[in-house]
Write a protein that binds this ligand. Structure first.
Ligand code: GDD
Ligand code: MN
Length: 388
């Protein structure tokens, strides 16, 4: 009971990112002050990205002149440059003192009248997250073109199906949450959608959605750009892979072995192309070297690209310590040459002394060399168990 009390009286922080919002920011700060529940300490944090229209200065001026209220303080974070909505929100959260955090836009698209309902869901009904939602009964969007509506719907669909989210409006930029649910999480805030990231990365949180009408802004202009959309899909992809490392935690060692072999030979095929292109390029393409010299350069280039791809991709080894990398590279090059020698030797031996036809001998030799190459590199260059 006591604990609940403390919680109900805990401070609230409202994060308001701004970029060129000089026409809206003072009015929204004022409106928030008026509708807030009384007797609860509330901190509004404006996060401004050095807006060219002087939004930051405007807020500073306002703070000098406005009468201080006991329960409602306003702060501003000045960032040097436009670093994106997601990271602005994250900065605000880092500075927030409240145990309940509200995030909202500054352009009146998110009606401040909803704030008390969000806070009530968290404090009174003990939800972990409260989302102001356009996509549940009672919610809607006003002032958006059909195209923008469709884009939003599509992005929402991707998030829900791709990431397995039940929340109807996971793309909402208007929400509240208990600060402690993100403790220890690594939030990277690419692009727009902080809420989506929180929903994916937190476990067993209970979520309440509250309908509201999104009103497109009347003043100023939207900051959504092509880059925003690109960032969005990049962040969904990153979230999709969250907690799913290489091989999607496959446990059967035989499957892992085949999986890595597949990567190893894909790299091999790419090396073949590199080898061929570079060898051509240096024998007349851009430089006019003797064709054997050009071929040596092609071989070295392909061994190098093969090595880098196998190290980082096939064997997932991101440690590029100088000594270690050089020693690995040496082994890798040695095994590659060894493979070539084994192949030559086998072809000679099979054809010459056993009367096996050349094409068939070649197949056997190539398979042996390729298999040996993979196994040797797996075990000795990248120090893995043979199986697994
Ligand atoms: N500090 C900072 N830095 N603020 C930014 C930046 C930035 O790079 N980009 C945008 N903002 C601020 C704007 O000033 C505004 O207060 C808020 O973030 C939202 O930007 P808008 O440009 O108005 O976004 P919108 O109306 O297109 O997008 C809305 O729809 C999304 C749902 O589809 C926003 O409400 C989003 O929050 C919402 O998720
Ligand atoms: Mn807007």
């Amino acid at each position: 009971m006591l604990k609940q009390r403390i919680n109900e009286n805990g401070q609230i922080s409202i994060i308001i990112p701004t970029y060129n919002e000089s026409e809206n920011i003072i009015k929204i700060l004022h409106t928030i002050g008026e509708i807030l529940p009384k007797n609860v300490a509330t901190q509004a944090i404006v996060v401004d990205d050095n807006s060219p229209d002087g939004t930051g200065k405007l807020v500073e001026e306002y703070l000098k002149n406005v009468k201080k209220m006991a329960d409602y303080t306003i702060e501003i974070i000045h960032r040097k440059a436009k670093d994106g909505l997601g990271s602005a929100i994250l900065n605000g959260i880092q500075q927030a003192k409240g145990d309940t955090i509200v995030v909202m836009d500054s352009d009146f698209s998110h009606p401040p009248q909803i704030i008390p309902k969000l806070i009530e869901s968290i404090k009174k009904y003990q939800y972990d997250v409260a989302v102001a939602s356009r996509y549940i009964k009672g919610g809607e969007i006003q002032g958006w073109s059909l195209k923008r509506k469709a884009m939003s719907k599509f992005a929402t669909l991707i998030a829900k199906k791709g990431l397995g989210i039940d929340t109807k409006d996971p793309m909402s930029g208007f929400f509240a949450f208990k600060r402690n649910i993100i403790k220890g999480l690594n939030i990277d805030a690419i692009g727009y959608k902080i809420l989506l990231e929180i929903l994916v990365k937190t476990k067993n949180v209970n979520i309440k959605e509250i309908p509201y009408t999104f009103q497109d802004r009347e003043l100023g202009s939207s900051k959504l750009s092509i880059k925003t959309i690109f960032d969005y899909y990049r962040s969904v992809w990153k979230l999709y892979r969250y907690g799913k490392p290489l091989e999607k935690q496959e446990k059967r060692s035989s499957v892992k072995f085949l999986y890595k072999a597949g990567r190893f030979y894909t790299v091999g095929a790419s090396g073949f192309i590199v080898n061929y292109m570079i060898s051509l390029l240096f024998a007349g393409g851009v430089y006019d070297l003797w064709y054997l010299h050009a071929n040596v350069i092609g071989i070295i280039a392909s061994i190098t690209t093969n090595f880098i791809l196998n190290k980082t991709w096939t064997f997932n080894d991101k440690d590029f310590g100088i000594k270690k990398t050089i020693s690995q590279y040496g082994k890798f090059a040695m095994f590659s040459s060894l493979g070539a020698l084994v192949q030559l030797g086998m072809v000679y031996f099979l054809v010459d002394s056993n009367d096996i036809s050349y094409p068939f001998a070649l197949i056997l030799a190539v398979i042996t060399a390729a298999f040996g190459n993979f196994v040797l590199n797996k075990k000795w260059t990248f120090k893995e168990k043979l199986l697994g």
